[in-house]
Design a protein around this ligand. Sequence first.
Ligand code: MD3
Ligand code: FE
Length: 220
Amino acid sequence: MKPRQTDFLSELASPAGSSETLTEGAVLLRGFALAEAQALVHAIEEIGAQAPFRHLVTPGGYRMSVAMTNCGRTGWVSDESGYRYDAVDLGSGTPWPPMPGLFVQLAAAAAREGGFPDYDPDACLINRYEPGSKLSLHKDKDEHDPIAPIVSVSLGLPAVFLWGGLRRADRPHRIRLESGDVVVWGGPARFIYHGVAPLAEGDHPLTGACRLNLTFRKVW
Ligand code: MD3
Ligand code: FE
């Protein structure tokens, strides 16, 4: 099938340092985190040592293929009783590790670039994808602040990110996200359906056979 023009354009490689509006409110900053990528991966390893990555269970009883942990004042969790934010890692019964200064600075700088000058996230969900891991189309709607953007940072193996419209049935666009890419999702883009296609096999110098993704959120 012939791809739509927008799909074709967005799957072309764009240079590091370029900035592209995906849809109203969503800005893709190619390579924005490249200089800090190694330090970010190291910080993620330290967070994972305190709050281990785990495969959460959805309210429907399915084990997620993406492994997750959090840092910050609160963290996103899921179990049979539902999705929510919790200040405590139920695995250890202690608060999530604090957000490293580097994380806060990077997220705030990216948000500023996307038009949100005073971004102060209180949660960072860390996703780890192995080959075959995927994230089904969903909306992030557990955050109480509807104005603040979500800032996402991709590290390691590339992924095909899917983003649709405000209705689940809207046909998703496909875009390849590479290590160091940052996307700021604010305004009308905040509540669009999105997901990640199954991760392809690979070996990345930063992360080996996996992809890491940070999503910064303003929950309260
Ligand atoms: C668009 N993570 O953790 S990041 C998630 O690559 C999540 O791990 C994906 O979706 C990942 O919830 C995608 C990009 C992203 C994150 C949140 C969004 C895009 C978004 C919220 C609203 C709209
Ligand atoms: Fe999401």
